[in-house]
Design a protein around this ligand. Structure first.
Ligand code: CA
Length: 426
């Protein structure tokens, strides 16, 4: 029997709290370890972590090739992803079948189940993928327009290329870390407008960027392009991505080649990769692209995703306060267009590469995806519950991003992507 993620009537024998991002229909993939254990490939239902390596060694994947079983015993998802989409589907189907409420196979085998299942709180989560190359797009028209209005010309906020090219740049993967990793405030060159020369200082304009990222799931050879129609077949899944940015450092360094040290001191991902299969029910139409695009960027059907996004700021010793709500569907350029554009010149993408969306802002001020926009470059301070204000992120503030999709009673989510900003190192 083939189960699909659209069947919201399926329940698991593992308890799933109300409003959980992780029902039986999600089956995300991550790397987790209990105390003093090796990190391994895991999935999650509700707040229970499921060790796929032990599940395999106990014989619950008998129809799968030995290579699949070996891939579960690794400290990154790359080897599993490399097995391809047919394997992803069969593993997903097997897991849904095994954990469906009326299947006694593992449910009634308490001794073995206790070796395979553990509470989330007993696990440490690791970076899920060994990230090869990292690309950051700039695909939200509202974000690009806001930045253009603030720093260039309000009448011509978008640069002439923007509606023709999914603009992007190559970032650095070594400083991408998993949620829960804290980041020190970076230092660098800052040049004030009326000063003759720059100073060296911790950034005074530390910002988050609310983004989502996809993980490349299939290689394309150097010289080959991937068409927009099949681009999604080259994507394994998605993550929340907080692309921390130092706006004052960025403003001085970015001419003429783009951001450098203002962006590569730390970017944070959520720990569970939600597969494209799990996200299929949430496909939707994106913004209308009235400016005609070149043929290689033309697509048919729904290629955007209705995924709600939230950002909370939590001052030290206080509770999280929501400061922004956005949606993945606001992206002007969809992920298929991003991947098609990235490979149109023959650039080879590899399994485990990460492509981030760029800051995802919506049309209303409450949907802006960065402090730069929310506080309009410092001119409109955000007032917090305790009366204190922010224009950018303070030391010891925690930024928590959430992403989840809801349709017809089915909720599939990503959990959280959190990081606390520590003072600059002396
Ligand atoms: Ca970015």
């Amino acid at each position: 029997m083939l189960h699909t993620s659209t069947d919201k009537t399926l329940n698991s024998w593992i308890s799933v709290p109300q409003e959980s991002d992780f029902p039986l229909q999600n089956i995300p993939f991550g790397i987790a370890a209990k105390a003093s254990c090796q990190p391994k490939v895991c999935t999650r239902i509700g707040d229970t972590v499921i060790d796929l390596s032990v599940l395999a060694s106990e014989g619950y994947f008998q129809n799968l090739d030995a290579k699949v079983l070996e891939s579960f015993d690794k400290q990154a998802l790359n080897d599993y992803i490399a097995l391809g989409s047919e394997v992803w589907s069969s593993v997903r189907e097997r897991l849904i079948t095994l954990f469906i409420e009326d299947n006694p196979e593992l449910r009634d085998n308490k001794a073995i189940a206790s070796k395979i299942l553990s509470p989330l709180g007993e696990n440490v989560m690791y970076l899920p993928v060994r990230i090869g190359d990292y690309t950051d797009f700039y695909s939200s028209m509202e974000h690009a327009s806001n930045v253009g209005m603030m720093f260039r010309d309000p009448a011509n906020a978008l640069l002439p290329n923007w509606k023709h090219i999914p603009v992007g740049y190559h970032g650095r993967s070594s400083s991408i870390v998993v949620s829960g990793t804290n980041i020190h405030r970076p230092k660098g060159q800052i040049k004030f407008p009326d000063a003759p020369s720059p100073i060296f200082s911790p950034t005074r304009k530390l910002d988050f960027e609310l983004e989502m990222a996809f993980i490349v799931g299939k290689n394309n050879s150097l010289g080959d392009s991937v068409s927009v129609d099949v681009a999604e077949n080259h994507i394994f899944g998605m993550l929340i991505f907080n692309d921390l940015s130092a706006r004052d450092i960025q403003n001085w360094e970015y001419v003429p080649l783009g951001p450098f040290l203002s962006k590569n001191f730390g970017s944070v991902v959520s720990p569970w990769v939600v597969t494209m299969e799990a996200l299929q029910p949430f496909k939707t139409a994106g913004p209308v692209q009235e400016t005609e695009v070149l043929p290689y960027l033309k697509f048919s059907g729904d290629k955007s995703y209705d995924i709600k996004l939230e950002v909370c700021l939590q001052p030290e010793g206080d509770v999280p306060q929501e400061i922004c709500e956005s949606n993945h569907k606001y992206l002007y350029w969809n992920i298929s267009q991003q991947l098609a554009h990235h490979t149109v010149n023959g650039c080879n993408l590899n399994i485990g590469d990460l492509c981030a969306s760029g800051t995802i802002s919506g049309p209303e001020p409450g949907s802006f995806g960065s402090m730069l926009e929310i506080c309009w470059n410092g001119s409109k301070p955000l007032v917090l519950n305790d009366g204190k204000t922010r224009t950018f992120i303070d030391d010891k503030d925690t930024i928590i991003m959430k992403a989840f999709a809801v349709k017809d009673g089915l909720r599939i989510g990503f959990g959280e992507c959190a990081t606390t900003i520590l003072p600059a190192k002396s």
